[in-house]
Design a protein around this ligand. Structure first.
Ligand SMILES: *[C@@H]1O[C@H](CO)[C@@H](O)[C@H](O)[C@H]1NC(C)=O
Length: 436
């Protein structure tokens, strides 16, 4: 089972206001104001790919999520035979770790005829300790499912707080909905890649249409999927070069009631921030022909370190990171490398630049030094805060350093080299970090 983004027509709008990626240019005062009221951050979790999870696996993921300030998982379910077993583990693990979960019904599988089954899920799991309760109601969400009548569910269930992922125009009317969630986390137009950075135009449309109801804003670091014509035939990349840093700045600007990170573990679309499970590659979905091709070894863990100070800022108004770190990311090959892959380069690949990126978390001004392959070292000054910089990609070793007044503060060499010899047109990102 996998998330079918291709079924969507989420028109991300186009106003091109490239946002600066500098956190401290906004006043702390303003952030504090906007952070009033309880705010929650969730991560979208694909239950469909963890048929073999144990409760300990759930606990480990929840503890990692908790350590950066994530409050809960949105548990995406289709109609898999192991739903109950895995939901049971998830709710038990949540209860034991003080984490929260809620169900996100995937309406690629559920239909408007499923009202009473959905009500049963809400009654069963909504009564459990791990359930996220909001407004004294059982929080529930979806992937698509526009027009489903949540009021009909509520008439057969515990009181619920429905926050479905509908198109912005679907809200309003008497449908039992309390909140809205968008899936528009990537620059696109009618689900086609575009050569633009992410904007908040679609978010603003949701906020306007929701009126006084809360908005759950999607935040994602990347999107690359590479299933060939003999498989799902889903092969594209949404321009993600600057996305993670930019999008979190947009979260601080809009200060929505809820944030949902998309995703924790959707490996097939390369937007995971959870750990790889090298001992359990079946979670990569699709075995030899599937995501294992573009996910193996491509850790995204350090992206969680970028989210952590942003989550703090979103919730409490803190405006700067308190520890310094360089989080670097890049594709493993230049975009025109002639990889020996029967699946072509992804649609939208031409918009990517052959750059290596560093998101610097700094407590005072400093200089980032990038030495990419045999290219000459590139030095870029950054102010205090969270800032993403880049340098042209060179083949071979990738070395990253932070300096202050010409003296090294930290330096490290990535364990992932960049190579033009490749067997997969892999546009996933390798993410690593340098700490002091
Ligand atoms: C996205 O933003 C970055 C940082 O401001 C900028 O360097 C880059 O050119 C922008 N990309 C596009 C496609 O506008």
């Amino acid at each position: 089972m996998k998330l079918s983004f291709s079924r969507l027509v989420q028109a991300a709008a186009l106003a091109s206001s490239a946002l600066g990626a500098i956190l401290p240019t906004r006043g702390t005062e303003e952030l504090v104001d906007r952070a009033s009221g309880d705010k929650y951050v969730f991560a979208h979790f694909m239950v469909g790919i963890v048929a073999s999870y144990t409760q300990d696996d759930w606990t480990a993921d929840m503890q990692l999520a908790q350590s950066i300030g994530i409050d809960g998982f949105a548990l995406n379910i289709g109609k898999d035979s192991y739903n109950d077993q895995q939901l049971g583990y998830a709710y038990a693990a949540a209860s034991a770790t003080g984490f929260k979960v809620f169900i996100s019904f995937d309406f690629s599988y559920w239909t408007t005829g499923d009202t009473s089954t959905i009500a049963q899920y809400i009654n069963t799991y909504g009564a459990m300790d791990g359930q996220f309760i909001y407004n004294n109601e059982v929080f529930v969400s979806t992937f698509v499912g526009d027009g489903f009548n949540w009021g009909d569910v509520a008439s057969q269930s515990k009181p619920l707080f429905a926050c479905p992922n509908w198109q912005p125009g679907s809200f309003g009317g008497d449908n039992g909905v309390s909140c809205g969630f968008s899936w528009g986390a990537w620059p696109n137009q009618n689900n086609q890649p575009i050569d633009q950075n992410m904007t908040t135009t679609l978010d603003q449309e949701y906020i306007t249409n929701l009126g006084s109801n809360p908005y759950m804003m999607p935040v994602s670091p990347w999107f690359f999927t590479h299933y060939g014509p003999s498989s799902y035939n889903k092969n594209w990349i949404f321009y993600s070069d600057w996305l993670w840093n930019t999008r979190w700045d947009q979260v601080l600007q809009l200060a929505p009631q809820f944030v949902e990170i998309v995703t924790w573990n959707d490996f097939g679309e390369s937007h995971y921030i959870g750990p790889l499970h090298p001992d359990n590659p079946s979670v990569y979905a699709g075995g030899d022909t599937g995501a294992v091709q573009w996910v193996t070894g491509m850790t995204h863990d350090a992206w969680r370190d970028v989210a952590a100070p942003y989550i703090k800022a979103y919730k409490a108004g803190a405006s700067s990171p308190t520890t310094e770190e360089l989080v670097y990311y890049y594709r493993p090959s230049p975009k025109d490398a002639a990889c020996s892959d029967s699946v072509a380069q992804p649609t939208g690949y031409e918009f990517d630049d052959d750059l290596v990126f560093v998101t610097a978390l700094t407590t005072s001004p400093a200089t980032v030094v990038i030495t990419s392959g045999s290219n000459a070292a590139v030095s870029i000054d950054v102010p205090a805060g969270i800032n993403t910089v880049s340098a042209p990609m060179g083949l071979g070793q990738q070395v990253f350093a932070l300096q202050r007044n010409g003296s090294p503060v930290m330096q490290g060499t990535s364990s992932q080299q960049i190579s033009s010899t490749c067997t997969v047109n892999n546009f996933n990102a390798y993410v690593g970090k340098v700490t002091a």
